[in-house]
Design a protein around this ligand. Structure first.
Ligand code: ADP
Length: 638
């Protein structure tokens, strides 16, 4: 009965399933794929998170979801609300309190009853008003008749009638205050509420009382009528979802915690100087299930008490970023395309080849061999852009070509920035220079999540007055120090120069953008420092990425595919990557002919490839090779 078991109701050719991109699914287009009704059945992958959500829905437990954006956190939270019993839903009414106008009364009734009660009150008020005006006109008629016939002074009569009229109008205002304010109305809800309070300010989260500009003098709106529900009240008996939980200010987190603990929370005006701040209602029910979400960072910065509250009374789950690429899973991805088409409602169906291209993209974006990406919001974006392009052409079907065009357009901001950056640098010829240069190495970094950028590193070594220092530009100081520290052990062993007596200046050419991760630049920094120290040139047609152990082993890094593509785009013809990353390389065909990829295991190999082929280099590399026997053996074998 779990969503994961929902199979696709279409013809499957078992024989070809393993190799087939659609997992053996025999279809013409997404029209042939049925989309499940329940949201929980539409969720792809995230088996663990989905099981937890289903269990938590039964037991009414809170859930903390940690994971990358667009992997289905809010989708699962919404799915949970569909699983909660609808029978328990309530309406909430706020009434005028005749004893204390600033302390409105709160009443809870079964859903649907709220509207009826308000209607009944309105009807009563209408009747009362009718009676009143009937009475008023009778009295006016009597007064006018009396003044005309008995006192013979019509002016006095009109004056008296006017006073009576105003007195009635003024008096009738009071009867409006008898009509309750329907604070929470669940009459037309098809499932338990789902409230997304991500980024909500205090009023939207905790409720508010509007300011009344006419605070007295009979013109005021009665205070109970100015009360507004917050997300915590609207989510009563349903799900309250808060993404990026750490961005919620601490006071709101504290109040949220109180609401969770007490199951009810009074509403008061949130802005201190407003007349609303004087008003405080009786407690309003807040019996919701909380789903807090965020990345790992978010957890660390969230209010510890709130976190332990959720942890102690609920579950914590991690969202997967990728999932194993199996025929069954690929069939689900085909269904995903159908789901996104159905969700949009205006897109043409996707042809078989178009679906295949989306699945290929999912493979490529996984950045991991034998896996598919679960960052499905982005993949959904690709589906929509492809569909829009097809629609723009009045095409009946979305074709593979539409998807390919869309891939060009639906690049992330980071990708667009990176491309733009590469373009600009080409203009300034900051790009690859031919030949060799001392102390300059083309490093590679990841920008954002899905784009690489070439980042040249320059090193210069100067004699030091005191103890040697590592001097780097900007916020990269720490990373440069670490990288130099890692290589200094290696350098010490082979170099005649004592680097502890030297200042090493490291400059990252034209950075200014964030997202440069230190570890993956350490072979770059090492190579630049060694080149500068020994005064040997580095091949400028080459780029590299890799982390470094103190023994000189080249360790794996993230984002190799994007980095290789960035190197190719920048005009390099060779890229050095860690051998351990070899299986992660999934570059697009167009780049395959542009660059040669050389996987390495040891820094000596890096130097062998990168440094200018002079006698000095040979002895340098030889010396380096002699340092770590084990790494050398490995190199010999490989
Ligand atoms: P998050 O809350 O993790 O940032 P969302 O749940 O808002 O991500 O996902 C955005 C959209 O991406 C969803 O509405 C859905 O269309 C698609 N999506 C994301 N994850 C999944 C998934 N695991 N299965 C199916 N669709 C998904």
């Amino acid at each position: 009965d779990l969503g994961s078991d929902v199979e696709i109701d279409a013809e499957i050719d078992e024989e070809i399933a393993e190799e087939h991109l659609l997992g053996g699914l025999q279809i013409d287009s997404t029209d042939d794929i049925e989309v499940p009704d329940r949201l929980v059945d539409q969720v792809i992958g995230q088996e663990h998170a989905r099981d937890v959500v289903m269990k938590a829905a039964k037991q009414r437990r809170h859930v903390m979801m940690i994971g990358s954006p667009g992997t289905g956190k809010s989708m699962l939270a919404k799915a949970m609300s569909e699983l909660l019993p609808k029978e328990e839903l309530q309406d909430v009414l706020v009434y005028h309190n005749p004893d204390d106008g600033n302390n409105p009364k709160v009443r809870t009734v079964p859903s649907g009853k709220g509207e009826q009660i308000v209607d009944a009150h309105k009807e009563e008020a209408r009747k009362r008003n009718q009676m009143r005006s009937f009475l008023m006109w009778i009295i006016i008629a009597v007064v006018l008749g009396y003044s005309l016939l008995v006192v013979s002074n019509i002016l006095l009569g009109i004056l008296a009638a006017g006073i009576i009229y105003l007195a009635f109008r003024y008096g009738s205002r009071g009867s409006d205050s008898m009509i309750p304010n329907l604070l929470v109305n669940n009459a037309d809800e098809k499932s338990a509420p789902f409230e997304d309070a991500t980024g909500a300010h205090a009023g939207a989260l905790l409720g508010d009382v509007r300011h009344d500009p006419f605070q007295s003098g009979g013109m005021e709106t009665p205070s109970h009528d100015r009360v507004e529900a917050g997300a915590i009240h609207k989510a009563n008996k349903g799900v309250l979802f808060v993404d990026e939980i750490n961005t919620l200010d601490i006071r709101s987190q504290q109040k949220l915690m109180t609401a969770i603990q007490e199951g009810e929370f009074s509403i008061t005006g949130q802005s201190e100087r407003s007349s609303g701040a004087m008003v405080q209602t009786e407690p309003v029910p807040t019996d919701f299930i909380m789903i807090a979400a965020g990345n790992l960072d978010a957890m660390e910065n969230m209010h510890p008490a709130l976190r332990s509250r959720i942890k102690g009374y609920g579950y914590e789950v991690y969202m997967d970023d990728t999932i194993e690429d199996t025929p069954e899973m690929r069939r689900k991805y085909a269904r995903f395309v159908a789901q996104e088409v159905a969700k949009d409602g205006r897109l043409p169906a996707f042809s078989e080849e178009a679906i295949e291209e989306v699945i290929l993209t999912a493979r490529r974006r996984a950045g991991r061999k034998g896996h598919l990406t679960l960052e499905l919001r982005n993949l959904g974006g690709l589906v929509r852009v492809s569909g829009d392009i097809a629609r723009g052409e009045d095409a009946e079907r979305v074709t593979r070509d539409h998807v390919l065009q869309a891939k060009g357009r639906s690049r992330s901001i980071e990708q667009q920035l990176a491309d733009d950056y590469i373009e600009r640098r080409k203009d300034y010829e900051l790009q690859v220079a031919d030949g060799y240069q001392v102390g300059r190495v083309n490093g590679l970094a990841v920008m954002g999540e899905d784009s690489g950028i070439m980042l040249p590193v320059m090193a210069e070594v100067t004699p030091s007055q005191g103890p040697g220092q590592v001097i780097a530009t900007g916020q990269l100081q720490e990373m440069a120090e670490e990288a130099v520290q890692n290589v200094s052990a290696i350098i010490k062993k082979f170099s005649d120069e004592d680097i502890t007596e030297k200042d090493i200046h490291i400059q990252f050419v034209q950075t200014g953008q964030q997202g440069v991760d230190g570890d993956s630049a350490s072979i770059t920094v090492a190579t630049a420092v060694i080149s500068a120290l020994e005064n040997v040139g580095v091949d400028q047609n080459l780029a590299m990425t890799g982390s470094l152990s103190v023994r000189g082993d080249v360790l794996p890094v993230g984002g190799v595919t994007h980095k290789i593509e960035a190197a190719a785009k920048s005009g390099c013809d060779t890229v050095i990557i860690p051998k351990a990353n070899e299986q992660d390389v999934m570059i697009e065909d167009e780049y395959k002919e542009m660059v040669e990829i050389i996987p390495v295991e040891h820094i000596s190999e890096v130097l062998d490839i990168a440094l200018e082929g002079e006698p000095e280099k040979d002895s340098l590399v030889d010396r380096l090779k002699s340092i770590t026997g084990s790494a050398l053996e490995k190199t010999g074998e490989g």
